[in-house]
Write a protein that binds this ligand. Sequence first.
Ligand code: NAD
Length: 513
Amino acid sequence: ATDFGIKEALKQLGVKDINNGTSTGSNHFANGEVIESRSPVDAQLIAKVKTTSKEDYEKVMASATDAFKTWRTMPAPQRGEIVRQFGDKLREKKEPLGKLVSYEMGKSYQEGLGEVQEMIDICDFAVGLSRQLHGLTMHSERPGHRMYEQYHPMGVVGIISAFNFPVAVWAWNTALAWVCGDVCVWKPSEKTPLCGIACQNIAAEVFAKNDLPEGISCLINGDYQVGEFMTKDKRVALISATGSIKMGKTVAQEVAARLGKSLLELGGNNAIIVTPDADIKMTVIGAVFGAVGTAGQRCTSTRRIIIHESMYDKVKNAIVDAYKQLRIGNPLDENNHVGPLIDKDAVENYKHALKRVVEEGGKIIVEGGVLEGKGYESGCYVKPAIAEAQPDYEIVQHETFAPVLYLLKYSGDVHNALEIQNGVVQGLSSAIMTNNLREAEAFLSVQGSDCGIANVNIGTSGAEIGGAFGGEKETGGGRESGSDAWKVYMRRQTNTINYTTELPLAQGIKFDL
Ligand code: NAD
C-alpha cells in the first residue's frame, strides 16, 4: 500500500514522523496533557501532541506581548514584506502542507492544495493592503485646525479555528492582523493540531530569517479549555473565533463580559434556490459539489435545495443521477470525490440526521450509510444522502456537518422561495439559479437573501479572498478576508490638531478665563 507521500510531507514540515513520539512545534511551550492526532483517512496515529498548560499559556502571552512592542513600530509596508516572504514559503511548502491537510482532516488532496492556495492569495492581498491602511481626513469646523483619523494596531489577536479549514482560516486572520501590526496567538482545533504545528514552523522560519521575535506568531494547542484561556484574558484585544454556533454563543459572552472585541464566523444552513428559469446543468454541478465536497463539512456546504414545483422532478432526477457517479474513498487518491468525515462523533451526527428526517415525515431518496471493509477501516466514510423534506422540520433547520442534502419544494414566485431560504437561524451563504433578471435582482434586493454571501448562478460553497467573508444572524456577523475586513484588526483614532495661537471650542462654546 502507498502512503501517498505522507511521511515525506511530515518530514518536510518539521512535524514528527508517524508513531514516533511527541510533536511540539516551534515556539510551542507545551507541558500539558498529550493528545493524539489520528487520521480519519486510515485511522493511523499520525503523532502525539502536547497541549498548552496554563503556565505555558503565560509564557506564550509574555512572548506575544513582548513581540508586539517591536512589531507595532515596524512600518506597515515592511510588515507587508515579511508577509510576502511568508507567502513565498507557503508556495514552497504547498504540496506537503496540502497533503497534511488532506491526511489529518480528510478533505481531498485537491482541496488541501486549494486551502494552501487560499493562504498564498490572502498573503498577496495583505502585502498590497500594507500600503493602504488609510483613514479619512475631515474638514474641521474650527479655523486653523486639521482633523483626520488613523488606524493603529490593537495588540494581541486570539485566533480560534475549526477543524474543517485547519490552515486557511488562520491565514485569513493572521496575514491581515500581521500587516495591521498585531501579533497573533492561535488555537487550532484539537482535531487538527499538526496542521497548526506545521504552519507555526513555517512562520517561525520567516521571522527567524528576519531577526524578528517569533512571538509575532504563537501557537497554543488543546481543546476548548485552552481556548478559554484567551477568551477570558483581557490582554487579548480581539478574539476571532470560527466554529459552531454553540461555541460562538459561549465565546461571545466570555469576551463581552470583559468588553473585548470578537469576530465570529459560525455555522451555516446554506440553500440554493432553483427557479423555473434555472440552467439545469449548472444547477446540478453547483448543488452536488456544494453538498458532497469536503464530505459536506464546509461552513458554506449546500444543505438545502429549494426547487420550484414546475422543475422539481427534473432537478431531483438530475441530482440523484449525479450522485450515482460519486466515488467515496481515500481523499489522497485523486480518483475519489468524497473522503471521510472527521471522526466517529461526526458519523453519529450524520446517522442521527437521517433518522430524524424520516421520523419527522421526510423521505430518503438517496440512501445513506456507513461504509465498511477494505479502505474504510477508519469507520468515518459515509455515503452522501438526499432526503425530501419540509422547510420547518427541526432537523432541516439545524446544520448537520455531513453530506446530507434536503430537497424542498416551493410554488408561486421567488419571494416564496426566499421565505423558506431565510426562515432559518443561520445566515451564511445563499445562491439562486436563474436566467431571469427579475428573479436574480429580487434575490439580491433588500427583500432578498438575508445572508452574508448571496450568489447568482454559482453554488453556495467556497469563496474568493477578495470579498469580505462571513454571515448574519446566528452565523455571528463577523467578516474576515477581503474588502475592508482589515479594520476590525485595528483601533481607530480621531486626531484634531490646532496650528493657531487661539483655542476655539467646538460648537462655538465660549469659555473665557
Ligand atoms: P467547534 O465549535 O466544535 O470548534 C471550533 C473551535 O472552537 C475549536 O478550536 C474548539 O476547541 C474551540 N472551542 C469550542 N468551544 C470553545 C469555548 N467555549 N471557548 C473557546 N474555544 C472553544 O467547531 P468544529 O466542529 O471544529 O467546526 C465546525 C463548525 O464550524 C461548523 O458549525 C461550521 O459551519 C463552522 N465553521 C464556520 C466557518 C465560517 O467562516 N463561518 C468556517 C469554518 C467552520
